[in-house]
Design a protein around this ligand. Sequence first.
Ligand SMILES: [Zn+2]
Length: 318
Amino acid sequence: MHTLPKTPLMFLAAGCGLLAALVGAALLPRLTESDQLPPVGAAPLQASMVKPVSIAATAPPPPPGVPERFRGRIFTGAALPDDQKVVALTFDDGPMPGATPQILEILRREQVPATFFCVGAMIAEHPELLRAVAADGHVIANHTWSHSYRRLGPAAAAAEVKRTSDLIYRTTGRRDTLFRPPGGILSNGPARQAARQGYALVLWTVVSGDTFRGVTGPRMVERVVRQVQPGGVVLMHDGGGRHPTVGALNAIIVGLRKRGYRFVTVPELLALEEERLPAAQVGTATRNLVAAALSESAGRRSQPALPDVRGRLKDAGR
Ligand SMILES: [Zn+2]
């Protein structure tokens, strides 16, 4: 495949239904078998224990590392007090040559940890870039295999998540625990399947605007530095096109530090939110995916709905 930045994702998005349908049937049985192992310390494995009754009846156990209250829920950011100035930078749609290595270099130089929501098809093309992300200690998260906005059936949607997860594991030896739906769309299948598999569904509090038409680096910097609040999650991109992100990143880091912020990963943000909240209380910035999806079912659409996401964020008080 050639290297025009936007082309692979557009192509894959267009062909996603077929691709997902093809892989879905093959991957689903493995998904249920591998994810239904009993916890460590349980009775020894027996053949009957690793055969799930049905994925439709029983969701597999969540991956490790996500606090219980965030599993299967939507997380936009932590509602931290004003003096707890932490923020998580996130990069979507990579890994991609021409952006990911440059972003890694800046993050390394500035000692800033980040969270990368990676597309499986991009990992397949650039596994060495994903290994570089892992080697620098950043968090690697799941952003589906093909970045499709189309509505997918349960098997195809589950395969979008599982196939990417398997490739992350085979490439880096790491298990992913966080999922971000392409376009922030919660109602077209993959988000629901990720929730069923125990992922935390991570959206954002600040849209950097790096994918907006005609956006400039200075405009992006101004936008991010002005809008970040304690516990915020910033949406940026290392994949998908020629964005001003690489050129703007250093000034974003400097600007946020001037405002007193330090940088954390999304799992660190979840841990801070977990510490802050009383036991048994669900965070103000998290909502049950099923309820959210049901409330949106009347307005199903096949295209990304960023304005809707902003509306949801406003609803969530962010
Ligand atoms: Zn994306």
